[in-house]
Design a protein around this ligand. Structure first.
Ligand code: KG4
Ligand code: ZN
Length: 365
């Protein structure tokens, strides 16, 4: 069973080929980071147009790499949501056009389901059930995963996602886009704990999270440090109004690094405490980490240590497959097909996208 996977929900065009028996055969990715960098975030219309340019060349590339042709495909898996509507439409249009022309089924995949099942690419033997920590630019969720398509929400963020907090903090600190890797890099030169930030909701007796207050605390810290610098230099730029992006550029790099380190420490403290809380509440001993923030080395160090102490284990996708990619979509499609969840080939005639789509709505009644 050869499945072509297509991912275009945000700012990465991802295409991959997965074989039901042999696993991942080839995958190709085009990141739009350079395209959006000047704007400090993703510009949806530019994202859609770039997916149009990249998708077919990437598809040809993975087919050539795997030594396959379109005629060899048994199915196409495509991200149907959640994500940017225009960007999603590029992927679904191509997938359904190919599916219709080749008379093969198109499997609609929930983007987060792709992330959630991606650790199984490197560990196909990983058994259900497990707890998943899904930490991306738009989500911070804890899920109990009982099987393919069977996801129960255990905890969620009440406001910003962890990745969003990284992105906003990077902007405040003048560290650029995307924020997660930029904050992590700056943090390497900093000392956590010299400046203090809160660990929101770490002691709440539930699995809920909140990260928007942390971002406000960073802003307050930046302003306080600016004021100290201004006093030191007898300069006059102590902020009075809103804080423009990169205001912290006037701060010494060592202060920016210390704030980045403390911020990363605060977010990862909360995420690891909540993840361990989820293992305790569910009495499960396997934690799967998925989504872009799962690439964070500090988070991995903490989760490795805390799960080891508990006699539990933690599984990550390979770092290259933590952020958005086509492999996780092809993989989720292959798993669904293996479970017999095969849509009819003629379902390809009509299609849509789901920019908003709660993951636990996939749960079978
Ligand atoms: O899963 P993903 O690629 O896209 C979404 O579906 O959102 O996640 C992107 C998010 C961004 O917020 C990015 O800043 C964050 O993941 N991220 C990181 C790291 N690499 C990516 N956050 C912290 N540390 C990293 N190393
Ligand atoms: Zn994602």
């Amino acid at each position: 069973m050869l499945v072509l996977g297509i991912e275009t929900s945000c700012d990465e065009t991802g295409v991959a080929l997965v074989d039901g028996e042999r696993g991942l055969l080839a995958h190709a990715l085009h990141s739009q980071v350079d395209l959006h960098e000047a704007y400090g975030g993703v510009v949806p219309e530019l994202a859609s147009r770039d997916h149009v340019r990249r998708l077919l060349p990437l598809t040809r590339k993975v087919l050539a790499e795997a030594g396959c042709t379109l005629g060899d495909l048994d199915a196409i898996a495509v991200t149907e949501g959640p994500g940017l509507a225009g960007a999603l439409l590029v992927g679904t249009s191509v997938a359904h056009a190919l599916g219709y022309a080749l008379r093969i089924p198109v499997v609609p995949i929930h983007h987060l389901e792709g992330h959630l099942l991606s650790p199984l690419i490197s560990e196909p033997g990983l058994g259900f059930p497990f707890v998943a920590l899904l930490v991306s630019g738009g989500h911070s969720q804890l899920m109990r995963v009982t099987g393919v398509g069977d996801y129960e929400l255990l905890g969620d963020t009440l406001d910003d996602a962890a990745g969003e907090a990284f992105d906003k903090t990077a902007k405040l600190l003048g560290l650029g886009y995307p924020g997660g890797p930029a904050v992590a890099k700056a943090a390497l030169a900093g000392r956590a704990g010299r400046l203090k930030l809160p660990r929101p909701m770490i002691a709440s007796d539930d699995l809920e999270m909140s990260f928007s207050g942390l971002k406000t605390a960073v802003l307050t810290l930046v302003r306080a440090e600016m004021a100290k610098q201004a006093a030191k230099q007898a300069a006059t730029h102590v902020g009075t109004g809103a804080s423009p992006p990169g205001e912290a550029a006037a701060l010494p790099p060592s202060v920016v690094a210390d704030i980045a380190a403390e911020f990363q420490e605060a977010v990862t403290d909360v995420l690891s405490a909540k993840a361990i809380g989820a293992l305790e509440r569910t009495n499960l001993d396997t934690l799967v980490v998925a989504g872009g923030v799962g690439a964070n080395i500090r988070l991995r160090e903490k989760l490795d240590a805390t799960t080891r102490r508990r006699g539990a284990r933690v599984v990550y996708p390979p770092v290259a497959l933590c952020t958005d990619n086509g492999a996780m979509i092809a993989w989720a499609g292959a798993l669904r097909l293996r479970e017999g969840q095969v849509p009819a080939a003629d379902a390809a005639v009509g299609f849509g996208v789901r920019p908003r789509w709660p993951l636990d709505s996939l749960r079978r009644p």
